[in-house]
Design a protein around this ligand. Structure first.
Ligand SMILES: *Cc1c(COP(=O)(O)O)cnc(C)c1O
Length: 356
């Protein structure tokens, strides 16, 4: 087991600081007259109730999400997308220019971007050619200053799940925090790592409402961890980081989980069909196994095919310049008609090659 000690890895300034105490923090309960926060007492031009600051702790939403996810409310953190907790994890645990993080390319770009903003040196340990973790190499890359290891599962851009035993080994062997980014977990038929939160004090699980839940525009991501870690994130976040429109809209949408699950089912069926048709395209060399709502395809000439698709008004994501992804295009599963348009264009591209 890792000998994880939260107080030893939180930045000393974060440990010592007093968080901002907002007006609504000091008062709990019912009241009729609120003259504590310098709001406009007359009302709001935007709509009923919008003159008031939103709940900084998102209490109602936490209770509801905790229930759905099978965790305790105090184990839930909301951010402005999951990008916010990624940033906050660096700010909480990594002293700029001193403490380090490990990432496993090819993976989600924000881990590196947020590290750069926070002046956190990053050590990169490539995934294997079939996009699995090299746990021995990761553990060998751990230095005394290493505070965070980011694992993305299902991984973006490859789409596959990491082996469960590998992630568990990292959690159990590493004295810092292992962040398991499960943005695409709804599309994977596997148990979420949120189930292991009570067991591991150094585990942080990220999820989001941006993908399966179809609420990318609302900017609401989640972090799950034991209370001690969540309290650190709460301490350093902007007091009102989730606006009232987002809190209310997500709260209501959570009643429609069955419809979310139905959409996931439809996307998975579309994905199977998309993969079948991609594999039949002349310009597609292979597709990689995916547990997400996208598929990484290895094509004959990614830059040319990308440009050709753009000329036809079809935008996919070229991962050609990313480690292990040469000639890779990452394609989101679309609606039936959209996938038809894509496949037709790919076949047309094949023909332009034959004719030249
Ligand atoms: C899309 C995505 C996210 C989600 O980001 P939000 O800020 O919540 O929209 C997080 N991690 C990965 C790997 C993603 O692909």
């Amino acid at each position: 087991m890792s000998s994880f000690d939260l107080n030893k890895i939180v930045r000393p300034n974060v440990l010592a600081m007093e968080p901002y105490s907002c007006a609504r923090d000091e008062f709990e309960g019912e009241a009729a007259v609120f003259l504590d926060a310098n709001e406009n007492s007359l009302g709001s031009l935007a709509g009923e109730g919008y003159n008031r600051y939103p709940d900084p702790r998102q209490t109602q939403l936490r209770i509801k999400v905790a229930k759905i996810k099978g965790v305790k409310p105090e184990q839930v953190f909301f951010g402005n997308g999951s990008d916010e907790p990624i940033d906050l994890l660096y700010r909480a645990f990594c002293r700029p220019t001193i403490d380090r993080a490990i990432i496993n390319p090819p993976t989600y770009g924000m881990y590196k971007v947020q590290a750069a903003i926070n002046e956190t040196p990053v050590d990169e340990v490539l995934l294997t050619p079939n996009f699995q973790l090299q746990t021995d190499k990761i553990l060998a890359a751990v230095k005394p200053e290493t505070k965070l290891i980011f694992v993305c599962s299902p991984n973006n851009p490859s789409g596959n799940l990491m082996k469960r035993a590998d992630i568990v080994r990292l959690i159990e062997s590493f004295n810092g925090i292992v962040v398991v980014d499960e943005a695409y977990i709804d599309f994977a038929e596997t148990e979420s790592f949120t189930k292991l939160i009570d067991r591991y004090p150094n585990l942080v699980v990220l999820q989001t409402f941006s993908k399966a839940w179809g609420m990318a525009a609302l900017r609401c991501g989640m972090a799950f961890a034991q209370k001690a870690v969540i309290d650190v994130l709460l301490k350093i976040k902007y007091p009102y980081n989730i606006n009232i429109l987002t809190q209310e809209t997500v709260f209501k949408a959570l009643d429609r989980e069955a419809e979310k699950n139905a959409m996931v089912k439809e996307i998975l069926a579309n994905r199977a069909e998309l993969i079948r048709r991609l594999n039949a395209c002349k310009c597609v060399e292979c597709t990689y196994p995916t547990n997400a709502n996208f598929v990484l395809a290895k094509v004959t000439d990614a830059p040319a095919i990308y440009r050709y698709l753009v000329s036809r008004g079809i935008i996919v994501r070229s991962r050609h310049n990313v480690a292990l992804c040469t000639n890779g295009l990452r394609i989101t599963v679309g609606k039936a008609g959209e996938d038809d348009t894509l496949i037709n264009a790919l076949n047309e591209f094949g023909k332009t090659l034959q004719n030249s």
